[in-house]
Design a binder for this molecule. Structure first.
Ligand code: DAT
Ligand code: MG
Length: 169
């Protein structure tokens, strides 16, 4: 157990994905794409001060989705979840910045939109748990796993943002 934890920390530090280089995986789900919420969601992350390092519109395969949600495979809603996520295009993104994993989860709101505060994405745009508009990694470890599952390294851009010194002290 301790070894697993140590190796997770080691891989996170080795990757350099810490501090201002922390990265998270965000996806606008098929309901969010159909409801034309892509621009609004990108806008919220940009305005917050995070840096977009990867973005693509794609149809996720059932295999990819089963791997992505493998932690939930024994749950009764697993089949429907995979089917829904496969029902149309999703917008897969990687956002970068200090504490982006934790902050993005706050920006998303709770899993159930009914428990999500107004001002959060799910609180503003969702009604039902199974149509909650957006996905966001729940930890540094899942962010790393999800980014490498959804993106090839060459699809991620390392670029210098000109507003950096106005966002970070
Ligand atoms: P989150 O997306 O907030 O990380 P999760 O990882 O527990 O939540 O679940 C993944 C998705 O599965 C979630 O966004 C919506 C769906 N889901 C979760 N619990 C559900 C439930 N009880 N009934 C139907 N769908 C559910
Ligand atoms: Mg989750």
């Amino acid at each position: 157990m301790i070894c697993t934890i140590l190796s997770i920390f080691a891989s996170i530090f080795q990757s350099g994905w810490t501090g201002v280089n922390e990265r998270t995986f965000i996806a606008v789900k098929p309901d969010g794409v159909q409801r034309k919420l892509v621009g609004e969601i990108v806008r919220r992350f940009e305005r917050k001060g995070f840096k977009l390092v990867g973005l693509k519109l794609m149809q996720a395969s059932e295999d990819l989705l089963r791997t992505h949600y493998s932690d939930l495979r024994s749950r009764p809603f697993f089949g429907k979840l995979v089917h829904f996520m496969n029902s149309g295009p999703v917008v897969a993104m990687v956002w970068q910045g200090q504490d982006v994993v934790k902050t993005a989860r706050k920006m998303l709101g709770e899993t159930n939109p009914a428990d999500s505060l107004p001002g959060t994405i799910r609180g503003d745009y969702g009604v039902e748990m199974s149509r909650n508009v957006i996905h966001g990694s729940d930890s540094l470890e899942s962010a790393q796993k999800e980014i490498s599952l959804w993106f090839h390294p060459h699809e991620l851009q390392n670029w210098e943002s000109s507003s950096n010194s106005w966002i970070y002290n």
